[in-house]
Design a protein around this ligand. Sequence first.
Ligand SMILES: Cc1cc2nc3c(=O)[nH]c(=O)nc-3n(C[C@H](O)[C@H](O)[C@H](O)COP(=O)(O)OP(=O)(O)OC[C@H]3O[C@@H](n4cnc5c(N)ncnc54)[C@H](O)[C@@H]3O)c2cc1C
Length: 287
Amino acid sequence: MMNLNCRILSPGSLAEVLQLLADQNSSTKILAGGTDVVTGIKQGSKRFINTDLLVDINRIPEIKNIKKDKNKITIGAGVTFSDLCASEIISNDLPILKKAASTIGSMQIRNRATIAGNFVNNAPCADTVPALLVYNAVLEIESLTSKKEISLQEFLSGPYKTQLKPGEIVTKIIIPVPDDNYRGDFYKLGRRRAVAISRLTLAVLVRHENNTIKDIRISSGAITPIGTRFQNLEKFASRKNFDENLCRELSQKIGEEVLAATGLRWSSAYKLPVIQQMLFQLLMNLR
Ligand SMILES: Cc1cc2nc3c(=O)[nH]c(=O)nc-3n(C[C@H](O)[C@H](O)[C@H](O)COP(=O)(O)OP(=O)(O)OC[C@H]3O[C@@H](n4cnc5c(N)ncnc54)[C@H](O)[C@@H]3O)c2cc1C
């Protein structure tokens, strides 16, 4: 049994969750897999220290499904990384997300930890964020009095900060299905191969025809303060020939973009050449 010094309620419907969140204040937190929130409370993390009520959302069936409907895939906020890895829809249509999910923690963590918990926590090293960003993920957010959609990029406002307001819950992640001409990949670099916090991550999704780039999406995690799309690079590459020269130019430019976002750090001398080489290799493999 957990000894967390706070109350835990486990409502059986979304309506009850919304009512509980509306009745309470900022010391109420949602409990999904608990792999961030429980460890945070136990370690006395500033973000969780005043938590006096956890609203457990594990008994809400409608946030645990993955569905494909014509041109969009809807992933329930309470879907775990193991669910994502086991899903045929995710394997076939969103392989970058599957790859990112499969790199997270250990099997025990993947069996508990949820997709929404990952980006609501919004650690710079949250591994699904770069994958979700290249897929143009949109979130559905509900409160007792409202339902709205917001793009993931807009939702992520800073390290460990989001646009989520008290009383709100993320219910779904909605992703437009990329057509068959898209190819992509994800790379995570950690200090070791398993149960490793990312030092650098990159996701790339590209569609090219007759060797001309029609659409390219590039995003990072861990090396930038939050997961970010590199829109300057994407614009630069658009309609260009997808040749080795372009791959080199983009790799050069990602170093400049990261430096502009982070400023010069003690780790820059190591990280910049590594991220440049990571991008070069990802792009060359996607040609
Ligand atoms: C040993 C270990 C290894 C780890 N390895 C990795 C790793 O390799 N890569 C990685 O990215 N992360 C890793 N993590 C971090 C963690 O597992 C993930 O961030 C995970 O996705 C969090 O999901 P959760 O369901 O456990 O969230 P919780 O801990 O339950 O919640 C996290 C935050 O999100 C909020 N929240 C949860 N669900 C919702 C919702 N539907 N709507 C609104 N708010 C919500 C909670 O209130 C809380 O603030 C690791 C953690 C541990 C303990």
